[in-house]
Design a protein around this ligand. Structure first.
Ligand code: FAD
Ligand code: NAI
Length: 462
């Protein structure tokens, strides 16, 4: 039995980052993790493995489409999926070891096993009981599925199975045109699969600015992905090697089927709280199965906090990390804070998508007077040299004050470019502040400046 200031249950981005900050603030801290590796969903079966496969498949695509255009001649590479998966695993392993090192460096104890809160201030792991003044639940989320769709992780897979396929399918059906569906659909499409994405809504990437949704869909279609929109999946039937997906078109109720070697179910994730003992403790939950917290991540039970995917808000690693830091600061008596209005969202397709703040659709609906500064990457010299002219930067600013309200980027390294705008928004900047900041040439970032200029007297290269 050990006594701690803080025990965090779950070693994902919320839990492990929170633990390091707790230790930095002088709190005796332990993390309980059951999966046998630190890093959570994100590192083991989420952000990092998917980005490794996106990088590998994008490199393959680049080599087979653009190399000869640049005078790089020779035999095109071919795909060896097992080796690609080994590369993916080595990236995971290296990062897992990195967190173990950080735990040792910061003197965070790593308790391996599944934790249950057996009383206020008490966490039981196997036969061991540990006590703590504060307990933070950071147990993350798990994939959802649909009625009449059984995920076997062989033919009908969740993202976890899709990140570990043994061969590239000939035909793949992806259910759900959200972030996972588009990222992993892109991976297998680039590697040679015929990918059809079936989506319930009549547009892809729900919640994103509709300008982005439409242009991204056009671009992915050009790359070979097929889309069936406004379609409710009814069932998936499988044989030993194949699947048949039946869907109904919502506009006219007609039913159709698609055959596939692999079906990826990517219809969202739900909070994971199994085995924590929350009911017995009387921890309040939302209707959607999330743990209810106040603005300081406190549950209704004294000394128990919750952060990350298991509470409300976007299911994103950086949101979980920010909450981890803020809850540590709160427990240490400081003013932990997360600005939920400025959390960027990125989709790592090609072109990449990045978004922060309000969408144009939301501004219209709210009747907010705004102006739009938009700049296409076609006018950016660096993008031209790098075959990356698809897409645009769009900045939305208040019509009167010029204060930036949101930004939406589709294009090269959008996920990097967005942070200039995030920082500007944190400082309450106007579009003119970005427009008057010198940007190095030739960079993709110049497109951000041009969009900011377009909010005022006009972009130069448009
Ligand atoms: P998790 O990372 O889910 O960690 C929770 C941990 O708690 C798990 O390791 C689990 O084993 C452990 N646990 C649960 N219950 C117990 C218990 N009782 N005892 C002990 N341990 C327990 N987000 C991004 O921001 N960018 C991306 O690019 C991105 N890509 C993604 C790709 C995929 C395929 C998926 C599935 C998700 C992706 N996400 C991405 C989302 C991201 O992974 C999550 O938002 C993030 O991992 C949430 O962090 P967390 O700490 O709340 O929970
Ligand atoms: P999602 O919520 O992004 O998308 C799910 C999609 O499935 C939606 O478009 C929804 O309309 C559709 N859908 C739901 N029911 C359906 C049905 N019956 N038939 C057809 N379509 C249906 O969820 P996704 O992609 O599973 O991702 C889960 C979470 O993981 C997200 O919240 C996301 O934030 C996170 N994630 C983040 C990434 C990133 O930041 N780059 C990458 C991958 C995941």
């Amino acid at each position: 039995m050990s006594n701690y200031d803080v025990i965090i249950i779950g070693g994902g981005p919320g839990g492990y980052v929170g633990a390091i900050r707790c230790a930095q603030l002088g709190l005796k801290t332990a993390v309980v993790e059951g999966r046998g590796a630190l890093g959570g969903t994100c590192l083991n079966v989420g952000c990092i493995p998917s980005k490794a496969l996106l990088h590998a498949s994008e490199s393959y695509h680049e080599a087979t489409t653009n190399f000869t255009k640049m005078g790089l001649m020779g035999k095109s590479p071919s795909v060896d999926l097992p080796t690609m998966m080994d590369y993916k695993q080595s990236v995971i392993d290296g990062n897992v070891q990195g967190i173990e090192f950080l735990f040792k460096k910061n003197k965070v104890d790593y308790i391996q096993g599944w934790g249950k809160i057996t009383g206020v201030g008490e966490v039981t792991v196997g036969d061991d009981v540990h006590t703590a003044k504060n307990i933070v639940i950071a147990t993350g989320s798990e994939p959802t599925t649909l009625p009449n769709v059984e995920v076997d992780e062989k033919i009908v897979v969740s993202s976890t199975g899709a990140l570990a396929l043994k061969k590239v399918p000939k035909k793949m059906v992806v259910i759900g045109a959200g972030v996972i569906g588009l990222e992993l659909g892109s991976v297998y499409s680039r590697l040679g699969a015929e990918v059809t994405v079936v989506e319930f809504l009549d547009h892809i990437t729900p919640g994103m600015d509709s300008d982005i949704s439409k242009t991204l869909q056009r671009s992915l279609k050009k790359q070979g992905l097929k889309f069936v929109l406004g379609a409710a999946v009814q069932k998936v039937e499988t044989t030993k090697t194949k699947a048949k997906v039946t869907y109904k078109l919502r506009k006219n109720d007609t039913e159709a089927t698609i055959d596939a070697d692999i079906v990826l179910v990517a219809t969202g994730r739900k909070p994971y709280t199994a085995g924590l003992g929350l009911e017995a403790l009387g921890v309040e939950m939302t209707e959607r199965g999330q743990i209810k917290t106040d603005a300081h991540w406190r549950t209704n039970v004294e000394g128990i906090y919750a952060i990350g995917d298991v509470i409300t808000g976007p299911m994103l690693a950086h949101k979980a990390e920010d909450e981890g830091i803020a809850v540590a600061e709160t427990i240490a008596g400081q003013a932990g804070h997360v600005n939920y209005d400025i959390i960027p969202g990125v989709i790592y397709t090609t072109p990449e998508v990045a978004s922060v703040g309000l969408t144009e659709d939301a501004l219209k609906e709210a009747g907010h007077a705004y102006k739009v500064g938009k700049f296409n990457f076609m006018g950016n010299g660096r993008a031209k040299a790098n075959f990356a002219t698809e897409g645009f930067v769009k900045i939305l600013a208040d019509a009167k004050t010029d204060r930036i309200l949101g930004a939406h980027i589709l294009g090269p390294v959008a996920g990097e470019l967005i942070h200039e705008i995030c920082v500007a928004m944190e400082f309450g900047a106007a579009a003119e502040d970005i427009a008057r900041t010198c940007h190095a040439h030739p960079t993709y970032s110049e497109a951000v400046r041009e969009a900011a200029l377009a909010c005022g007297d006009g972009a130069i290269h448009a």
